[in-house]
Design a protein around this ligand. Structure first.
Ligand SMILES: Nc1nc2c(ncn2[C@@H]2O[C@H](COP(=O)(O)OP(=O)(O)OP(=O)(O)O)[C@@H](O)[C@H]2O)c(=O)[nH]1
Length: 313
């Protein structure tokens, strides 16, 4: 319980810039307007768009707000605050997020373009699983980028996980094949595959991912499967676009949003869940191995709209 409280506090403080960007703007609208009119909705719309909630989610949230204002005969702008909070939660609802792979023999494919924090995130995830006493193997199947393998090796050491790699420029599918054999032989709980994410050639990327998936299907049919996309929250709408692009080429089961600490663009989590219906499973909140947290939309929205002073003890 105390830990939960600490977690919420940290989340509240980590979201300071996002809060300044979205909630402060909203609150000044709720207090600045004396009645609810078109200008009121327009200004709210601007704040939501500027807060990276995305065009689609913003429209849906405001449609819902308009409807409820009408239904409930609401006159006071400030009475809209709670409706808006509930509406954001509703738009983000993707059902209960499952973390089944954490408790089963599984293969987790991790995709994401260079620079988003993919390697760091895989290291953190390996650390998290190791802390649960799982046997973890990492596959360095991002053979395209020089030094990616080296960096992953460091993380593997840190997390005490085993690393299966290949030569730079070698076939990623061959690395995955070797890693699957190792995972089976050593009775690994989770095989985490660091795969390349070069989005400029979607057809090749799709082929590459298909090839890897075929190998896993054939060689390791008993393994539970998960495909996670790593996105950099600080890139806002670009992150949303990347998620869409990856969704086009693979069956994405979850998203990891990195660099949520200190960004003003945390609203992107709303856009991703509302527009794509894919759960954000984890958020990165710093550079160390402990800085990966499970994401829960309701807690996120509550933390975003929390008044920080009130949460201090
Ligand atoms: N503040 C912060 N920094 C992070 C987070 N995740 C990653 N980083 C940093 O982002 C930088 C890039 O991370 P890498 O893991 O090298 O990301 P990458 O370049 O995507 O790796 P590849 O995809 O393998 O090329 C590093 O300096 C990380 O420490 C996070 O959640 N918060």
């Amino acid at each position: 319980m105390a830990e939960e409280k600490g977690f919420f506090k940290r989340l509240v403080s980590g979201l300071t810039k996002t809060r300044d960007n979205i909630v402060s703007g909203m609150d000044s609208i709720f207090h600045g307007f004396s009645h609810i009119d078109e200008d009121f909705y327009e200004e709210l719309e601007e704040v939501l768009i500027m807060g990276d909630l995305g065009v689609q989610a913003t429209e849906d949230i405001l449609d819902d707000l308009r409807e409820k204002v009408k239904e409930r005969h609401i006159k006071e702008p400030s009475d809209c605050r709670q409706i808006l909070i509930d509406s954001i939660k509703e738009q983000m609802d993707v059902g209960e997020t499952a973390y089944e792979f954490e408790g089963r023999t599984s293969v987790v494919m991790v995709v994401g373009v260079n620079g988003v924090g993919k390697t760091t995130t895989i290291g953190k995830l390996a650390g998290k699983l190791r802390a649960q006493n799982k046997k973890v193997i990492l596959a360095a199947a991002d053979t395209f980028r020089a030094a990616a393998g080296e960096q992953l090796k460091e993380w593997a050491n840190r997390a005490q996980a085993e690393l299966i790699g290949g030569q730079e420029g070698s076939d990623p599918a061959a690395v995955v094949y070797d890693a699957v054999q190792a995972a089976k032989a050593r009775h690994a709980d989770v095989l985490l595959c660091d795969t390349a994410g070069r989005l400029h050639n979607k057809k090749n990327l799709m082929e590459e991912l298909r090839k890897m998936n075929r190998i896993i299907d054939r060689e390791y049919p008993e393994a539970f499967r998960e495909t996670l996309v790593v996105l950099d929250a600080t890139t806002g709408q670009n992150a949303l676009q990347q998620a869409k692009d990856f969704k086009d080429v693979a069956d994405i089961t979850g998203i990891i949003l990195t660099k949520m600490d200190g960004t003003a663009k945390g609203g992107i989590a709303v856009a991703i869940q509302a527009e794509l219906g894919i759960p954000v499973k984890y958020i990165g909140v710093g550079e160390t191995i402990e800085d990966l947290q499970k994401f829960d939309a309701d807690t996120f929205v509550d933390a975003l709209f929390a008044v920080p002073e009130e949460k201090e003890e």
